[in-house]
Design a protein around this ligand. Structure first.
Ligand code: F0G
Length: 352
């Protein structure tokens, strides 16, 4: 049977009122791609799988939570949704609101959202407000507005977002036949690590998986409040998606780490960029810089002998590389310019 989107595929496991009509773009069912060349490159004697969430309808994992949040909002008669976003949440909110025929307002940090994401929000007809400040400022504006206006907040403070996002853990187990031993993922506002942990716990409690993974979350070094144990007032990182100083789901992330026996650590921008290029060049999988924090994370953890040899690890690639063409172009060499001649081409190719 054709894939029906995460609500219909997992309805009995999602806390959504019975009979709510699904507003869906057929999100989910993203590939779990084994990455043997990456494993060999980083010296890991085990199996690495990439959960490629960039292949969702708006090219990030946010679609999983947005289908649930928008379906519930519309069932309750909402006419508008609002979110603060570093880009991907706004793209998903805009698309699902368009699908539902209601309005979307998105508040983004001015100058700090990748081009692809902004183009999605505007194309889907959202009203985009660029706040002079960072994500944390934008989020404060959203909660303030929601107190005074008839708008439904679709940030992950809305528990329905977590309900949708946990389906990624179900899919991983459905493919592997069990949970992995380790699950690596980037951490920004911390909703996703919270959601995966919830999903894994539910499958284990119901006997669908015989084990729980260790949750291995990675923040960018310049935006690592959970790692340093205090809010960061001026978060900085090239991975704009996770440039967050005061995560909404901080407690959920800490619980996932502690209950699973995992870690939340940081990786530098240099490590993120290196992993970003390495992943694309050695496995043919293009993910945005924030997503590469999971790859930088497994590299770091392997180098520190924190990953058991022979084990199975899943790395979530949260967003597609095309979301952020600017960073890709900046970190790679420019195309070699040649005239329309075979000789010049051969010479430039180094094959003459
Ligand atoms: N990776 C990408 C590509 C993201 O867009 C985000 C979050 C994360 C990782 C971190 O996930 O917040 O659940 O810990 N993006 C949010 C947004 C903040 O507004 O799009 P998280």
């Amino acid at each position: 049977m054709a894939w029906r989107g995460v609500i219909e595929e997992y309805r009995e496991r999602i806390e959504l009122d019975a009979g709510v009509e699904a507003i869906t773009l057929l999100e989910g069912n993203t590939p779990l791609i084994e990455a043997p060349r990456l494993a060999a490159t980083i010296g890991f004697d085990g199996r690495i799988f990439l959960k490629y969430e960039g292949l969702n309808p708006t090219c990030s994992f946010k679609d999983r939570g947005m289908t649930v949040a928008l379906s519930a909002a519309v069932a309750r008669g909402a006419k508008a949704v609002i979110c603060a976003s570093t880009g991907n949440t706004s793209a998903a909110a805009a698309a699902y609101a368009a699908r539902a025929g209601i309005r979307a307002f998105v508040i983004v940090p001015e100058g700090n959202i990748a081009l692809g994401k902004l183009s999605q929000a505007v194309m889907h007809g959202a009203r985009v407000l660029a706040v002079r400040g960072n994500f944390d400022d934008a989020f404060r504006v959203v909660t303030g507005v929601a107190e005074q206006a008839q708008v439904t907040v679709v940030n992950s403070i809305n528990p329905l977002r977590i309900q949708g996002q946990k389906t990624a853990a179900f899919e991983v187990c459905d493919v592997l036949g069990r949970a992995p031993d380790y699950h690596f993922l980037p951490v920004g506002n911390a909703g996703n690590i919270t959601a995966y942990w919830l999903g894994y716990k539910e499958y284990e409690a119901d006997g669908v998986s015989d084990r729980l993974p260790k949750m291995m979350g990675f923040q960018a070094a310049g935006a690592a409040p959970i790692v340093i144990g205090q809010q960061v007032d001026d978060p900085q990182t090239i991975a704009s998606a996770i440039r967050i100083g005061n995560p909404v789901s901080w407690k959920g992330a800490a619980a996932a780490r502690d209950e699973s026996g995992g870690i939340i650590d940081s990786v530098t921008d240099r490590q993120i960029i290196e992993a970003y290029q390495q992943l694309a060049a050695c496995e043919g999988v293009f993910a945005e810089p924030a997503s590469a924090a999971s790859i930088a994370g497994i590299k770091k953890a392997v180098s520190e002998s924190r990953v058991e040899p022979g084990s199975t690890a899943v790395c979530t690639l949260t967003g597609h590389g095309l979301k952020d063409p600017t960073n890709a172009i900046e970190v790679c060499p420019e195309p070699t310019k040649i005239g329309p001649s075979v000789e010049e081409a051969l010479q430039a190719m180094g094959l003459d």
